[in-house]
Design a protein around this ligand. Sequence first.
Ligand SMILES: NC(=O)c1ccc[n+]([C@@H]2O[C@H](COP(=O)([O-])OP(=O)(O)OC[C@H]3O[C@@H](n4cnc5c(N)ncnc54)[C@H](O)[C@@H]3O)[C@@H](O)[C@H]2O)c1
Ligand SMILES: O=C(O)C[C@H](O)C(=O)O
Length: 358
Amino acid sequence: MQNGAETYRRIATISAHLNPSPSSHQMEGGVGLSRANCRAKGGSPGFKVAILGAAGGIGQPLAMLMKMNPLVSVLHLYDVANTPGVTADISHMDTGAVVRGFLGPQQLEDALTGMDLVIIPAGVPRKPGMTRDDLFNINAGIVRTLCEGIAKCCPKAIINIISNPVNSTVPIAAEVFKRAGSFDPRRLLGVTMLDIVRANTFVAEVLGLDPREVDVPVVGGHAGVTILPLLSQVKPSCSFTTEETEYLTSRIQNGGTEVVEAKAGTGSATLSMAYAAVKFADACLHGLRGDAGIVECAFVSSQVTELPFFASKVRLGRNGVEEIYPLGPLNEYERTGLEKAKKELATSIQKGVAFVKK
Ligand SMILES: NC(=O)c1ccc[n+]([C@@H]2O[C@H](COP(=O)([O-])OP(=O)(O)OC[C@H]3O[C@@H](n4cnc5c(N)ncnc54)[C@H](O)[C@@H]3O)[C@@H](O)[C@H]2O)c1
Ligand SMILES: O=C(O)C[C@H](O)C(=O)O
């Protein structure tokens, strides 16, 4: 038997579906706001997550996978195009998270207010022949604007930056937050998880193992020689010939280009990236929840080297990055790689900082 409140909830749901507010571009599963409020009040406890660039090649599968994450209670999908369709589609999945869509800059603040975690895959991808740095001119401005919104509306949120070039967009975000007086280095993380996912896969192939059993630390940054796999620290413990080391290092460093070339002008990695982004976001949410022993590699504000940002293993907790681990013992091949990585990283970091300061 239905009680009065339940009957009211059902009538409100049906009426919202039949009479969506024509003045509102903000979408609750494509049907209007009253249903959103109704469901959100009764919704399961969990974290509020926003995806900025949610209608893109990464954004869509990422939104789908986050809708399946039991730690997420509210999922905000923001883009400058196509969010109504993506929101309507994803909202029909019978999982716990309430989905709301936001379209265009006027709705950015609504999309961000109250968020615990903001994931940013907004921006243009590479075409064959381009470097990630070639994306700087367009993506730098996009990341700056989105981070200005974050500084205003959810300055305590954990930020996962996917937009390339990560080696510059993370420093851009940091400068924006510093200017706003809200920079907390623990809460800003560049997503390098795809490098780890690839490294685990390629190393497992060489070793004849299940990739789920393999753990390869990848440090430095997220472009070319700045992607530095530490093959001497692979778990389970193993060794590689010089030929294997060179093959694996090159394949891991060029994994993104391998996909860009295979996609022949239609974009870069989207599905494996969405998988990696969710793996990383899920680790951040487990940290936020207070789970112990959550360790992943990420590109963060760091003192592991003389550079202000560097990717290495970090422990995630209630405040984001709780601890940054040193690189551990490196062999001669890795030490040479580290010097090359640092040289390129220094330039990319400086370029990002200068972009906001100019
Ligand atoms: N960190 C990594 O490992 C990694 C991996 C793959 C791709 N990427 C990067 O992720 C970015 C997105 O790739 P994609 O394949 O999803 O591209 P895409 O073009 O398919 O999607 C990008 C989305 O961003 C949206 N967008 C553009 N400007 C925006 C703004 N101002 N605010 C909000 N949304 C905006 C677009 O409308 C589009 O929906 C690229 O920069 C790519 O290089 C990073
Ligand atoms: O390679 C790209 O441009 C996208 C991304 O950074 C990747 O590593 O796949």
